[in-house]
Design a protein around this ligand. Structure first.
Ligand SMILES: Cc1cc2nc3c(=O)[nH]c(=O)nc-3n(C[C@H](O)[C@H](O)[C@H](O)COP(=O)(O)OP(=O)(O)OC[C@H]3O[C@@H](n4cnc5c(N)ncnc54)[C@H](O)[C@@H]3O)c2cc1C
Length: 399
């Protein structure tokens, strides 16, 4: 059996690894180049209609720029739909060695935020991470790619896939899915055709629905992004910009808060002569409404009234915590709304069934597109769990 996997990020890297280790012939095709992990910051693609949406296009996809946050999201939502991911979550957590980072990696700015949270009655937990503390030397630059290759990326799974015989084709954008008599038979790039018995689309929540739409499948509605802002202000010489980002986590209903630095804040505080090392900040991330849309030539996600209410509520809490931690409240500023978790555009129950298959036999989806609603928290663990479950299904059905 020949399977083509389009996209090598969280979903694609996982399916490719699981199938090739089971002896399936797998070809992974990605539009991005093969890069060194430290260069991932050069591969950002962003879409700016309303909330700015961020992802990266390179081998390893957006996993190359994660902050290593590893939480189970949407488990109960999928369970209600008859999809039990418990076994897969356990597998992922073991393989990625998911654990909070030790105190040796806790910076003083983060510690002040955690202490201030506690004194205001907010419980700040340590964030579980897929970062190897023996390799990580805190630098605050996870989102630009890791110089020390200390965090898990789907390149680790891809390397295992290749060791099991998988083929990799990089710098090749898939433009079309080929079907014959209603069944999938391969994919096309601008100047090449690839034949397959089965195709798994893992091109991410912007590209996957576009490819599906070209086959006549209605996809692209229901876009969410887990909108976030970073709020921060001045705390002279705190050097928080060099700390592990999002070391800790405060959970509220449909909102998470976490210590976070953004250079945008430095720019906003130019008139106060702020330097990078003078900022203390927190991210406010919400479970936003799936009110956005991907079309062949546009991506639109505006904040709804509920989104704005959640962001305001989270920002007020962050402002209080930061002030308690010692930030000058007259200097508090915010980034514009951004979104780093686009998903929902080929949702389970709407576009794919509970086995992640579309209406076209042999055409599957394994990426953030299949989430029915926003996770409101880091989605990678859940995408991997879903992709592992799909691989088991394919192996079981077709062997
Ligand atoms: C700065 C940042 C930090 C983040 N931190 C975390 C975190 O700490 N924890 C967490 O859980 N999540 C985090 N996320 C989110 C997470 O990285 C993504 O949700 C996840 O990688 C999405 O997986 P995916 O498989 O849907 O898509 P991706 O990982 O984006 O992979 C899609 C792949 O498809 C390729 N592709 C696209 N179109 C085509 C085409 N037409 N033909 C061929 N290939 C194509 C792309 O090049 C890419 O390699 C972060 C995101 C950002 C931006």
């Amino acid at each position: 059996m020949n399977v083509i996997v389009v996209g090598s990020g969280a979903g694609g890297g996982t399916v490719a690894r699981e199938l090739s280790r089971a002896g399936v012939n797998v070809t992974i095709i990605d539009k991005g180049p093969l890069i060194k992990p430290k260069n991932a910051g050069e591969c950002y693609e962003s879409f700016t209609s309303g909330v700015e949406i961020m992802n990266t296009s390179c081998m390893g996809g957006t996993t190359m720029v994660t902050l290593g946050n590893a939480v189970r999201t949407c488990q109960h939502i999928f369970k209600k739909m008859g999809v039990d991911l418990e076994d897969e979550f356990k597998e992922v957590e073991m393989e990625l060695n998911v654990n909070p980072l030790p105190d040796s990696h806790l910076g003083s700015g983060t510690r002040m935020i955690m202490d201030a949270s506690a004194s205001l009655g907010f419980n700040a937990l340590k964030m579980p991470k897929f970062i190897d503390p023996s390799l990580c030397k805190p630098c605050g630059e996870c989102a630009l790619g890791c110089k020390r290759d200390a965090k898990w990326t789907s390149m680790k799974y891809l390397q295992e896939a290749v060791a099991s015989g998988a083929k990799v084709v990089d710098e090749t954008a898939i433009t079309e899915i080929i079907t014959e008599q209603g069944k999938v038979t391969g994919v096309k790039s601008k100047n090449r055709e690839f034949k397959a018995d089965m195709v798994v689309l893992s091109a991410g929540a912007i590209s996957t629905p576009r490819l599906l739409s070209k086959t006549g499948i209605k996809a692209g509605d229901n876009l969410f992004v887990d909108t976030f802002v970073t709020v921060g202000g001045m705390f002279k010489g705190v050097k928080f910009n060099k700390e592990v980002l999002m070391y800790a986590l405060i959970k509220q209903d449909d909102i998470i808060l976490s210590p976070h630095y953004s250079e945008i804040l430095v720019d906003k505080l130019k008139d106060k002569k702020a330097r990078k090392k003078d900022i203390l900040g927190m991210m406010i991330k919400i479970k936003d409404d799936a009110s956005g849309k991907v079309t062949p030539d546009s991506v639109v996600k505006h904040s709804t009234a509920r989104d704005v209410e959640l962001l305001s509520c989270g920002s007020a809490i962050a402002g209080s915590i930061l002030t308690e931690a010692g930030v000058d409240p007259r200097t508090l500023v915010s980034t514009p709304p951004r979104g780093a978790h686009p998903g929902g555009t080929a949702a389970m129950g709407k576009v794919v069934d509970t086995n992640l298959e579309t209406d076209i036999p042999g055409l599957y989806v394994a990426d953030a597109s299949v989430f029915p609603e926003a996770p409101g928290a880091p989605p990678v663990l859940t995408i991997i769990a879903l992709a592992k479950r799909l691989a088991k299904h394919i192996i079981h059905e077709y062997n």
